[in-house]
Design a protein around this ligand. Sequence first.
Ligand SMILES: [Zn+2]
Length: 322
Amino acid sequence: MKIITDKRCTQYAHPGHPERPARVARTVERLRNQKTLPITWAEPSPVDETAILRAHTPSLLRRLREEHVDFDMYTPTYPDIAEHAQRSIGGALKAMHSAVQGERAFSLLRPPGHHATRNRAMGFCYLNNVASAVLAARAEGVGRVAVFDFDVHHGNGTEDILVGQSGCAFFSIHQWPAYPGTGREHRDNCFNYPVAPCTPPDKYREVADEAIGQLRAFRPDLVGVSAGFDCYVGDPLCQQRLEIEDFHWIGSKLRETGLRVFSVLEGGYSDDLPRLVISYLLGLEGLELTKELKHDDKSESPPDDSSSVSDAHMEPFWGPSF
Ligand SMILES: [Zn+2]
């Protein structure tokens, strides 16, 4: 498995924000301290404006670079956020190119991207990583490209960018109602599989199975996965019930398709994120979920108190109910 990361993505933070540097820093640490999953490490590709402007309007890019004002309560501005967001696209591009060459790859960077629409940053996302990579693949001659999004929130930004795009299709399983309130029904080439709050994992698997079946029916040449781990039972932002072995199952199901797959990190805000990521990647590689990983209720390194999320700080991030 190729892991694409860059330490600079941990060098910005907002006090109390759940999308915090420890998500990536602790996942990298845990990946480095394990031997079950063979890893090659890589850095994000350089990104030119063309790649960004296939997915986004010039006005969004200009605002990101020049106007340092918060986009909304979930999506604060940071110094150099444009560089961080572009680097995240670079990770998705590197992962995509690896998959085209037959190698499995995971972009482990922040910020995430699937809520960023063509002209709007929102929901912790500034630019859309997976959509930018999909449109780059299409521009470079890949015939049919699908996105599979298992983040607990609907990938409204990816849908906004890919809807009606020839050769593209979007398949999303997510909680509804939940932030951002979209994704209740199919829309053109975008196929939405909402699940109710507190859906049991076996029911969730049935719905995911159906979504992956439809994805296969699209006969994609390449699949980009928006890998969000906030459908975990221990995640503070939504009310799903998936356990660590369910993420291994998702990886295994994607492997079973025999398709070329690349993945990018979206959400996932619990302290167990590193274990969940590794579980998913082991499934993708056809490797067993180890007992050590499965039964480790506590992460190898203690939570970073300076960046942990307190209940008081979390409240604004639970999001409105729709
Ligand atoms: Zn999410």
